[in-house]
Design a protein around this ligand. Structure first.
Ligand code: SAM
Length: 387
């Protein structure tokens, strides 16, 4: 696995640089072609040309944590903090349902308070009730006649709100949330420790993922690719971590610097001398190699072509869709908030509206011979098999 990841990147570190000789370059290109073609054939076996959408609403950038890489961390003074009113989130959800998104992903900074929990419970319940009623109306049936198990009815609600105690996860599940996305960021505890403050423990993140799965959430996880100090062995270990955890969805993106964060300083110390655009293009390739390896290793899970890929290349997500990914996450956050949810430099789409994002993605899908599977939750077959 490390050898496949290393196709153009000398192991065991992520030091940039093209293959040393012309022969090595050709060898790398052949390896990449074989890996990507295999990943695409596995994807098409399970999903055909279909791509699922998860509309993402970044409802608050208020955060009590201090992840060393993140542009909305507590100590990132430049970030102007906001929280969307509940009603605005529900209206955005209604828009998503009418535009046949299937899944709504609610994402935010982290806050472990009773007020935040109540906010989430209220929003999840309201989104479920409203979109279930709309669904019944569209199907011309009485909501009471809908199947008791509401799978596939209204919007599927996914949460990405960080580390919480098990009881809060249970409360959110009871309120109607279906899925939870929590990236492990790195499966190597030492690397994890180097990019988080001492109070944020790797073991607690693993505990959260296990609790979420145990409670019955479909779980998504993932890592950043190209972190300072990360090795190809770490990345190979990440894919094994996803497999051992039994993740239903994988979201991996390149690490992108954000000025004023400790990890951006670490990156500068390790990579300061390199041609940054060339290095980032390599990280895009490495991220898609990771997606391809995850597809080949894990089979029928959902794999996201993440927004951060587009920050490196205007068609970064489309490239990923040809290399094992099958999920796109259009940003639905109302435009006035987007510039304040800046996790990293060059985050795309911050001046767009939800309509523009959706239109743009539909056009992009046809470019890579894929098509949107509208109005479905897009549960991964892996989840259906494990229950
Ligand atoms: N707070 C929640 C959490 O950590 O799960 C959700 C929001 S958090 C901002 C979402 C993801 O953004 C993180 O899991 C992290 O991988 C990604 N992220 C943050 N800063 C990044 C950066 N500089 N480059 C790439 N991805 C970044």
């Amino acid at each position: 696995m490390e050898a496949l990841l290393a196709a153009t990147t000398p192991a065991p570190t992520l030091l940039p640089g093209a293959a040393a000789t012309k022969e090595a370059g050709e060898h790398a290109r052949l390896l990449d072609n074989a890996l990507f073609a295999h990943a695409e054939s596995v994807s098409s076996r399970f999903f055909g040309r279909d791509v699922y959408y998860r509309g993402i609403v970044e409802f608050s950038n208020v955060c009590e944590n201090d992840c060393g890489y993140c542009g909305i961390r507590k100590h990132q003074r430049r970030a102007r903090r906001y929280s969307m009113p509940k009603q605005e989130v529900v209206e955005t959800a209604e828009w998503a349902f009418r535009h046949r998104m299937g899944t709504l992903m609610l994402q935010s900074g982290e806050l472990n308070t009773p007020q935040r929990l109540k906010y989430l419970v209220d929003v999840v319940r309201a989104v479920k009730e409203r979109t279930t009623a709309l669904d019944a109306e569209q199907r011309s049936i009485d909501p009471a006649a809908l199947p008791k198990d509401r799978t596939g009815v209204g919007l599927c609600v996914a949460l990405s709100v960080g580390e919480l105690p098990r009881e809060q996860y249970q409360t959110l599940k009871d309120a109607g949330a279906d899925r939870y996305l929590l990236r492990i960021e790195s499966s190597n505890p030492e690397l994890y420790a180097s990019i988080h403050p001492p109070a944020q423990k790797w073991e607690n993140r693993v505990r959260c993922l296990r609790d979420l799965k145990d409670i019955g959430f479909m779980i998504g996880t993932g890592v950043m690719v190209g972190l300072p100090g990360q090795s190809l062995r770490d990345l190979a270990g990440d894919v094994m971590f996803f497999r051992d955890l039994g993740a239903d969805m994988i979201g991996m993106g390149p690490y992108i610097t954000e000025a004023g964060t400790p990890v951006a300083d670490m990156w500068q110390r390790q990579f300061g001398g390199v041609d940054k655009p060339a290095h980032m293009r390599e990280m895009l390739t490495l991220t898609t190699r990771m997606n391809a390896l995850a597809r080949v290793t894990l089979g029928n899970v959902n794999i996201a072509a993440t927004t951060a890929l587009q920050a490196i290349d205007a068609v970064g997500r489309e490239i990923a869709l040809r290399r094992g990914a099958n999920v796109l996450m259009p940003i639905l956050t109302p435009t006035k908030y987007r510039e304040h949810y800046t996790l990293y430099e060059g985050k795309p789409c911050i001046t767009d509206t939800a309509e523009e994002c959706q239109k743009c993605l539909n056009a992009r899908l046809s470019m890579v011979d894929k098509k949107l599977k509208p109005g479905v939750w897009g549960d991964p077959p892996s989840f259906r098999q494990s229950v």
